[in-house]
Design a protein around this ligand. Structure first.
Ligand code: HEC
Ligand code: HEC
Ligand SMILES: [Cu+2]
Length: 509
């Protein structure tokens, strides 16, 4: 009997040692800062302890029997076959154990997937190699890439000790800022290859696939900074696209939104700059946005990324170069919507007059602005928050032809609708319906206008976001372009009347 006691004492010691190890060396999962992440942790602990309990039971019985009923003591094996009672017991007990694990596991899974009744939505797009965040409720929109200090330190032969860099490779220039205790719905997609968005403290990770939408949600309990990474091997700089989430109390968050919108409204500085100013400022833009692929010296990586030095494009016609930089080509990202007109002018001028090139010409921000899609002053104007200017509203009495409306609607569509319904109107089913062939667009124009004025589900209410003219234009555009040919139109004056009837315009949200 003494021996048995020793055996059990040993097992208990082992379990205690496991607990201590967990505390000292954080072998376990982290608890995270959301209800879901805590539920996942609790589920994990429950299952772990069930496994430990079963393990002790099975191995305990086994070792006890081997030791006490050993042959040297004179024991002989029983010789029975097929015992129905035993078989029923060893079927029922594991079944009950499995059910007791399946119930809490299913609950946690359902909670994880329940994106309903969210307070706000953020669209996350993975790019090689940065993240793009669009706040669907308030028009905040920005890119988030590896912070400059980490980026410098990571270059081969930088001479900077990574251990001296705070949050090396886990820091970004523009973190994702969110309010605490709000249900935030995320929709994920990618612009090039598959990426995956992971912040351990939130308890989940989600793939961002080109052409697809994945959903997830979070509600963060504690203000703080939470760091994560892309977790899908997405090419050369996969290890250099971290994620930083800053959770703030609601008033701080509101202040941040206000400040961010104000800054983006300022738009690019379109004043002319001297040749030298363009070149010197361009160096910084190049270092931040182009070095990853084209190299610090402009040598590129032969076979994958062309050299800038002596490139026929860079030494050739400036318009052709601007076209490639603004709109992208193959593996070259379109910087038109990532950088402001002044930054684009600077970096283009820089590449032509540095990195071993001496073309001697320059391009001014104004010229770049003209090449960008209308109304879109970089990120600034893509912001639906640029609300209907009052003076524009008075224009609502002008009667426009269908063609005029369609032409105007095209740019409104590009800046306000394409991010969800896509440039060609193909949408991203099932989250964002296609407008091409949509029954709503082909149906009664009143119903379409109503849906767009008031929104529906994830579709924002555009009633107060667009001027009557822009609104009429984009409605007419969707019905007569993007593969639709309903052949009708609605006039700004009609929209204005409907807008006037809307409940008092919601303020700055
Ligand atoms: C993600 C990698 C990547 C980044 C970042 C990048 N490029 Fe490129 N770039 C490419 C690739 C790939 C091509 C070749 C495109 C093709 O011809 O198919 C290219 C081509 C070019 C060309 C044409 C060169 C030639 O000889 O064909 C220019 C000019 C250029 N890039 C400028 C820039 C500038 C300026 C930046 C920063 C604002 C930048 N690139 C950032 C990948 C990149
Ligand atoms: C934030 C993403 C988003 C933006 C931006 C957006 N939409 Fe939508 N839109 C949606 C979603 C989601 C639906 C589906 C709503 C539902 O039925 O629940 C939708 C539905 C529609 C429909 C009905 C289509 C159908 O077949 O059900 C039309 C028409 C439409 N949107 C037009 C527009 C126009 C025009 C714009 C730009 C002024 C725009 N949308 C901007 C997300 C968006
Ligand atoms: Cu990635």
């Amino acid at each position: 009997m003494n021996k048995t006691k020793q055996l059990f004492a040993g097992l208990i010691l082992m379990a205690l040692a496991l607990r201590t190890a967990q505390a000292d060396y954080t072998l376990n999962l982290m608890k995270g800062v959301t209800k879901v992440s805590n539920d996942i942790y609790d589920l994990h602990m429950l299952i772990l302890w069930i496994c430990v309990f079963i393990g002790i039971g099975v191995f305990g019985t086994m070792f006890y029997s081997i030791y006490h009923h050993r042959k040297s003591k004179g024991h002989e094996a029983e010789q029975f076959h097929e015992n129905t009672t035993v078989e029923i017991i060893w079927t029922i007990i594991p079944t009950l154990i499995l059910i007791s694990m399946a119930i809490p596991a299913t609950k946690a899974m359902m909670e994880l997937d329940d994106v309903q009744d969210s307070d706000m939505s953020i669209k996350v797009t993975g790019h090689q190699w940065k993240w793009e965040y669009e706040y669907l409720d308030n028009s905040v929109h920005f890119f988030s890439s590896l912070d400059e200090t980490s980026n410098k330190a990571r270059q081969i032969g930088s001479g900077i000790d990574p251990r001296s860099v705070p949050h090396y490779l886990l820091n970004v220039d523009n973190p994702l800022v969110v309010p605490v205790n709000k249900k935030i719905r995320f929709v994920f997609t990618a612009a090039d290859v598959i990426h995956s968005w992971w912040v351990p403290e939130l308890g989940w990770k989600k793939d961002a696939n080109p052409g697809f939408i994945n959903e997830a949600w979070t509600s963060i309990d504690k203000a703080g900074t939470y760091r994560g990474q892309c977790t899908e091997l997405c090419g050369k700089d996969h290890g250099f696209m971290p994620i930083v989430v800053v959770a703030m109390e609601q008033p701080d968050y509101d202040a941040w939104v206000k400040k961010t919108i104000e800054e983006s409204k300022k738009g690019p500085d379109l004043s002319d700059q001297s040749h030298d100013e363009l070149v010197s400022k361009g160096a910084a833009v190049y270092a931040k946005n182009c070095v990853t692929c084209h190299g610090a010296e402009g040598k590129g990586i032969p076979g994958a990324f062309p050299a800038i030095t002596a490139s026929p494009v860079v030494t050739g016609d400036i318009k052709t170069q601007a076209d490639i930089v603004l709109h992208g080509k193959g593996g070259m990202p379109a910087f038109g919507k990532m950088l402001k007109a002044d930054e684009l002018a600077q970096v283009i001028t820089y590449t032509r007059n540095s990195l071993g090139n001496k073309v001697g010409d320059e391009i001014q921000p104004k010229a770049i602005q003209d090449l960008l899609p209308q109304t879109s002053g970089g990120e600034a104007a893509a912001a639906p928050a640029a609300k209907a200017a009052p003076d524009e509203k008075t224009d609502a009495n002008v009667v426009l032809s269908k063609d005029e409306l369609v032409t105007k609607g095209k740019s409104v569509y590009a800046s306000h609708c394409a991010s969800c319904h896509q440039a060609e109107g193909q949408g991203m089913p099932p989250a964002f319906p296609a407008l091409t062939g949509s029954p709503v667009v082909k149906g009664d124009i009143k119903a379409q206008v109503d849906l767009m004025l008031n929104g529906k589900g994830m579709m924002p209410a555009f009633g107060t976001m667009l001027s009557a003219t822009d609104f009429a234009a984009v409605v007419t555009y969707t019905r007569n372009a993007l593969g639709n040919s309903v052949n009708d139109a609605i006039q700004p004056s009609a929209i204005q009347a409907l807008q006037a009837a809307l409940p008092a315009a919601k303020d700055d949200e």
